[in-house]
Design a protein around this ligand. Structure first.
Ligand code: IDP
Ligand code: MG
Length: 136
């Protein structure tokens, strides 16, 4: 029903094109904001990856410029959105997917998408706590 996305710093200047594509694919935007992440907020959001060797680079990247965060609604939102963005590595992502079109490399892959319904809710509430009653 819901998913959460971040247009990452390397794709921030493509936000309009990417949002148009997301809307064209049938996702309804129910929350949107452009923000800067500080180190603490980025580390919290990606805490599941804190022991990975790319963690500090990931935090540096995600705090390097503005991002756009969105809560999205659609039937089958999580799976359909992962299919729309493509593989984590833009080089592996199918042609026409958002990561294949706007990603730089596996680290700067343009866009985030939640990987489960449970994480989608957590991620939406992490950035939009005021939506608690809306998404239950
Ligand atoms: P996902 O975003 O496709 O779910 P995850 O494995 O959850 O991929 O990784 C989170 C983010 O960490 C990726 O979107 C990417 O920005 C970064 N990342 C993942 N794997 C690597 C890597 O091997 N090197 C550098 N950065 C990576
Ligand atoms: Mg992930």
């Amino acid at each position: 029903m819901y998913t959460f996305t971040i247009i990452k710093p390397n794709a921030f200047d493509k936000t309009e094109q990417i949002l148009r594509r997301i809307s064209f694919e049938g996702f309804q935007t129910i929350g949107i904001r452009s923000v800067f992440l500080n180190k603490e907020k980025a580390e919290n959001f990606y805490s599941i990856h804190k022991d990975k060797d790319f963690f500090s680079d990931l935090i540096k990247f995600m705090t390097s410029g503005p991002i756009t965060i969105c809560a999205l609604k659609k039937n089958n939102a999580v799976i359909d959105f992962r299919n729309l963005i493509g593989d984590t590595d833009p080089k592996e992502a199918n042609p026409g997917t958002i990561r294949s079109m706007y990603g730089t490399d596996i680290a700067e892959n343009a866009i985030h998408g939640s990987d489960s319904d449970e994480n989608a809710k957590k991620e939406i509430l992490f950035f939009f706590p005021e939506m608690e009653s809306t998404i239950q």
